[in-house]
Ligand binder design. Sequence first.
Ligand code: ADP
Ligand code: 5GP
Length: 215
Amino acid sequence: MTVKSVYSRRGLMLVISSPSGAGKTTLTRRLLAEDDEIVMSVSATTREARPGEEHGKDYFFVSHERFKEMIEGDELLEHAVVFENRYGTPRGPVMDALGQGRDVIFDIDWQGAQQLDSSTRAIDLVRIFILPPSVKALEDRLKKRGQDTEETIRKRMAQAEAEISHWAEYDYVLVNDDLDETFESLRNIIRAERLHRERRPGLSEFVRNLQAERQ
Ligand code: ADP
Ligand code: 5GP
């Protein structure tokens, strides 16, 4: 038994949801850049790619036919309709990453979080909800991001209320006012969750050995 095995752990499934514009993409990109134990789950979607988005990196952009095929072939861990488009989480890459003891981060909405909650062992799942500091700040961020038309921004603002109403279904809720502070809180959540007793398969043997040393 090496001391190292005490640090072996099961991968976490980190679900991050928020109303569009609250900052989850910014926060997850920063996490991924800093921490090579975390991988992003790349969703499949039927929506059009936005300028700058890459197939296979931001999303797998697929046709409605292909999406239907993925559902029928049980290739998706969860799927939902969001803003009139279909989105879903491909199962294979997630299972591979978790099997390698890596954490997987999911940028999915409350419908996806609910589905993962009923299909996944509770101990594997950590659900984090990001709130904007105000409705005005949310709208300003959507405008500042400059990726959506006025009509899309109006729809996203209308949808924000519905998304926010699910806040109590999450384990942690962060108000993303100051980005650095929110990021630090997110890091702290992950640090603590990685140390959770039930996620550390090497721990009981390590303790047994500690106890044996005294005899
Ligand atoms: P989401 O992924 O939740 O839709 P984004 O991460 O794309 O949101 O953020 C929307 C916009 O708000 C981006 O332009 C981003 O740079 C900006 N932003 C994110 N967090 C903050 C923050 N704490 N303060 C100010 N602007 C922020
Ligand atoms: P966007 O079109 O801005 O990239 O994403 C719109 C919304 O769809 C966001 O709230 C995002 O979290 C959600 N979403 C993205 N991928 C998935 C997915 O695979 N499943 C579910 N349920 N929601 C997703």
